[in-house]
Write a protein that binds this ligand. Structure first.
Ligand code: MF3
Ligand code: CO
Ligand code: CO
Length: 309
């Protein structure tokens, strides 16, 4: 996920993004403004992640909202590798393993597949995967820490294969975990599934956030605001942004060929986060548990295709 930031929407006098041919100010401007998270509630840190060079595989060009068939084929291969990497960890994550072990397992398997780990050296990130344990919301850095029975850990992998990115994460329960931790993990998994079910041409980005937010909050949990899903595939983090909260019918209309992640971070307590002194690790301010699942998705002519399944 990346930090929520202002979205590149059309200028007031540019054609509207919905394809109506009308000027943006006469079409979706007001609706989009209503859908935008209010600045009072959402921290919008400065770094803009849209300016990265593409990884440079064949056919990988500048990022665009709509991917070509060739790009989609490449993203699908990277996505299926991401899934295999996460599957590999099912058996291995158990009490006694360290988060550095996870980093090494993923790094070695990624290299064996002829791919590269996107997180390594990404804006200075020091490791090959993110490992986020218990109250860590995201961007946890693998270290000596030994996992113990009862921990919950998210592992987020992004292999670059043939120049294309596949971004996916899931939760692992270490041994037996508390009933409350298990419920958080299951509700978060359901949030991602419900978000995915909203994806179809003619739908809106806000439909995804609304479905996720409703399910999390009706279970007494909260949705993290500071990090959002994102376009991906040709560049690690592209437009559009995909908030995991929002209003049905609002936000960017979805069109076939769009590729983006949905990656809800759900807290057992309240949603504010803070970043540790390492500059990366995001934790819940109230110390409550946090969980996350992530898939990379393609909008198809009749719905959605999960590229990391
Ligand atoms: N994989 C993360 C995401 O879902 C991004 C990690 S950036 C890193 O977008 F630098 F922390 F690796
Ligand atoms: Co992501
Ligand atoms: Co990710």
């Amino acid at each position: 996920m990346f930090e929520a930031q202002p979205t590149a929407l059309p200028g007031r006098n540019d054609p509207c993004h919905c394809g109506s041919g009308k000027k943006y100010k006469l079409c979706h401007l007001r609706k989009d403004q209503a859908a935008a998270p209010s600045t009072a509630r959402v921290k919008r840190p400065a770094p803009v992640m849209g300016l990265e060079p593409a990884a440079g595989g064949r056919g990988a060009r500048a990022a665009t909202l709509i991917k070509t068939p060739e790009q989609i084929a490449g993203i699908r291969k990277a996505g299926s590798l991401a899934r295999q990497l996460l599957d590999l960890l099912d058996e291995r994550i158990r009490p006694g393993a360290t988060t550095e072990d996870i980093d090494r397992w993923v790094r070695d398997a990624t290299a064996a597949a002829g791919a590269v780990c996107a997180p390594l050296n990404y804006k200075g990130f020091p490791k090959s995967v993110c490992t986020s344990v218990n109250e860590v919301v995201c961007h946890g850095i693998p270290e000596e820490r030994v996992l113990v029975e009862g921990d919950i850990v998210n592992v987020d992998v992004t292999p670059i294969l043939g120049g294309y990115y596949g971004d996916s994460s899931r939760m692992y329960e270490v041994g037996r975990v508390s009933a409350e931790a298990h419920r958080l993990v299951e509700v978060t998994r359901e949030c991602l599934d419900l978000g995915i079910r909203q994806v179809r041409p003619g739908g809106h980005v806000g439909d995804i956030g609304q479905a996720i937010q409703a399910h999390a909050e009706s279970n007494g949990f909260s949705v993290v605001r500071d990090f959002v899903g994102h376009g991906t595939g040709v560049i690690f983090h592209e437009e559009p942004q995909i908030p995991h909260f929002g209003r049905r019918g609002h936000g960017l209309p979805l069109r076939p060929g769009m590729v983006f992640t949905i990656e809800p971070m759900i807290n057992a307590g309240d949603w504010p986060v803070r970043i540790l002194a390492d500059g990366w690790t995001a934790v819940t301010r109230d110390g409550s548990l946090s969980a996350q699942f992530e898939h990379t998705l393609l909008v198809t002519p009749d719905g959605v295709d999960v590229m990391t399944a």
